[in-house]
Design a protein around this ligand. Structure first.
Ligand code: ADP
Length: 204
């Protein structure tokens, strides 16, 4: 049982449910959050989708949490100021943590620009269940790709607080996995992530 020491939650006592371990062993996989961070258009969603298909083909139980999807639902009340971005990440991390507790491999595709908030997400989920994947490509390349026309809008001033243009991105210093999508194909990036999982995060 855990207790919250202060604030309006002080009288809440979280119940420790007993089903969690049983579900994890039924799925025969190590629950994990694969947290993909990177600039818009670096390839997070594309690689998340291909990785998800590859894992399902291996018989794994997975779920994708994609930045754009959560912003139209769970986080639709949030904007793109630094504090709203932090809250967006906190909510995604909490949901991903629940899914991990249910035994899933959760693929998160979220720009998550600040290293502090990625660190916070890791602390919510737990270090042993958290893999940071830096989906990386130079700004010039992602700006050239610009599949949603967002860089163009940001450059022309129509879109404010856009990561890489007028909002900061903290480059991950020690990600567990680093894929450079200007050098590797989608398939190669998926292989790199699967390779890391096979060596470091195989089912218990
Ligand atoms: P993000 O989720 O990071 O915003 P998306 O996956 O939505 O990025 O978009 C990335 C774009 O870049 C897609 O149009 C994709 O086809 C393209 N792309 C080109 N080369 C690659 C690559 N090697 N890996 C991933 N995406 C790539």
């Amino acid at each position: 049982m855990s207790y919250f020491a202060q604030g309006p939650q002080q009288n809440l006592h979280a119940f420790t449910f007993s089903h969690v371990r049983a579900e994890q062993s039924l799925m025969k996989q190590k629950p994990l959050v694969i947290w993909m961070t990177g600039l818009s258009a670096s390839g997070k969603s594309t690689i998340a989708d291909a990785l998800d298909l590859a894992l399902r083909a291996q018989g794994r139980f997975t779920c994708i949490i994609d930045g754009d999807s959560v912003r139209t639902g769970l986080c639709r009340d949030l904007g793109f100021t630094d504090s709203d971005r932090d809250e967006n990440i906190r909510r995604v991390a909490e949901v991903a943590g629940l899914m991990v507790a249910a035994g899933l491999i959760v693929i998160v595709a979220l720009i998550s620009p600040s290293s502090a908030s990625r660190h916070y997400a890791r602390s919510i989920i737990g270090n042993e269940h958290f893999v940071e994947v830096h989906v990386d490509a130079p700004l010039a390349i992602v700006e050239q790709r610009d599949p949603k026309g967002l860089y163009k809008k940001a450059r022309s001033g129509l879109l404010k607080n856009f990561t890489g243009i007028d909002s900061n991105y903290d480059t991950p210093l020690f990600p567990e996995v680093h894929v450079q999508t200007h050098l590797f194909s989608v398939e190669q990036s998926v292989e790199i992530i699967l390779g890391w999982m096979a060596s470091a995060a195989d089912p218990a």
